[in-house]
Design a protein. Structure first.
Ligand code: ARG
Length: 352
């Protein structure tokens, strides 16, 4: 943000636009250790402040400033895809792993989370609950909604909430994240926050986190296609519900609060044990090996959390923008293949 904040451009803006752009940059102004340092506040911000965001996006995502994003979930013809189209980790000699694919989505007719009022948050949750009623009535989904909003008909207790966090189903109190707090995204906690969980607990929709919605499929297994395909089907169901329209940018695809997620809003990950690469008890070596493979390493409790027991790490392709959804899930497979080779090598080196 700071690198591409151009005073000459800023000075051409109206007073209102100046204020709005500073609000997008507030998180980075307050947090000098930010990697990105800005969030969009309105669905149209990426286009409204294009001279700023195009530079930020080009630098972070390593694309050109006039890059255009295209969404595509079709796997056919994607480089690295096995001939049978099946992204089966068992073929790489791996056991069943916890697999997860999520996409961020925002409704077109609300401000993005950083600029929402408490009423906006409560109203968005209300609107989503009508959509969840439709999912609840469908046998493939069923389940129910869990709200943190006081007085909400689906309100859950503090203990039930903590259990959902432990089960990796619900998100943590966002106030603990200084970036989200400065951006206004964590404001009015816990109003308008909750999650829909399908009967089998494999399909989940977060409401009121960094994006209006984080829609995800989780499952323990080896075939990545299972979570990818289920998410695509479910996403189409949600998108087809009357009155729900997702924010899209004409050039940039799916609109997300954070420019790091723009385009697909997708993160596809597995929890994988890397005991050899994490033999020193940290993820430093794993990160070093993963970076050139285009993979990011996180702890198993989410962003900025430590690695799990036995060196279990959360691994996902880093790319989100100017890449298709199909390429992301394939990149997870091909990346894990190379990562496993590194993990095995590290094991041989330490036992030699
Ligand atoms: N705003 C933070 C930074 O600039 C987080 C960026 C990426 N993480 C995220 N959850 N969007 O470092």
């Amino acid at each position: 943000m700071a690198k591409h904040f151009d005073a000459d451009y800023y000075n051409t803006l109206s007073d209102d636009d100046k204020k709005a752009l500073i609000k997008c940059c507030q998180s980075g102004i307050d947090n000098g250790d930010s990697g990105m340092g800005c969030y969009a506040m309105q669905p149209a911000d990426y286009d409204r402040f294009k001279p700023f965001f195009s530079k930020v996006l080009a630098d972070y995502h390593k694309v050109s400033e006039d890059a255009k994003h295209t969404n595509n979930w079709d796997l056919s013809g994607v480089e690295g895809l096995p001939a049978d189209g099946c992204l089966d980790l068992a073929a790489l000699g791996l056991p069943a792993l916890s697999m997860r694919v999520r996409v961020g989505r925002n409704l077109a007719d609300f401000p993005l989370p950083g600029a929402m009022t408490k009423d906006d948050r409560v109203n968005l949750e209300k609107k989503m609950c009508e959509a969840f009623d439709k999912l609840k009535a469908m046998p493939e989904y069923g389940g129910g909604y869990n709200s943190l909003t006081p007085e909400h008909p689906d309100h859950i207790s503090e203990e039930a909430y903590q259990q959902l966090v432990k089960d990796h189903i619900m998100f943590k109190d966002m106030a603990a994240d200084p970036y989200l707090a400065s951006a206004g995204i964590a404001a009015d906690w816990p109003y308008g926050r909750g999650c829909y969980v399908s009967e089998d607990r494999g399909f989940i929709i977060w409401v009121g986190e960094e994006d209006h919605l984080r829609i995800m499929c989780m499952r323990k297994g080896t075939v990545l296609n299972e979570v990818f395909d289920r998410l695509k089907t479910a996403l189409d169901v949600v998108n087809d519900i009357e009155g729900l329209s997702f924010a899209m940018s004409p050039d940039y695809g799916v609109v997300t609060s954070c420019p790091t997620n723009l385009g697909t809003g997708m993160r596809a990950s597995v929890h994988i044990g890397l005991p050899n690469l994490t033999a020193d008890g940290t993820d430093a070596k794993a990160k070093e090996v993963c970076r050139p493979l285009g993979l990011s390493v996180r702890g198993i409790g989410g962003e900025h959390t430590p690695i799990g027991e036995g060196g279990v790490c959360d691994i996902s392709p880093s790319a989100r923008f100017c890449i298709t959804e199909a390429q992301i899930i394939t990149a997870l497979y091909t990346g894990i293949k190379l990562l496993k080779e590194e993990e095995d090598k590290a094991g041989e080196a330490s036992s030699a």
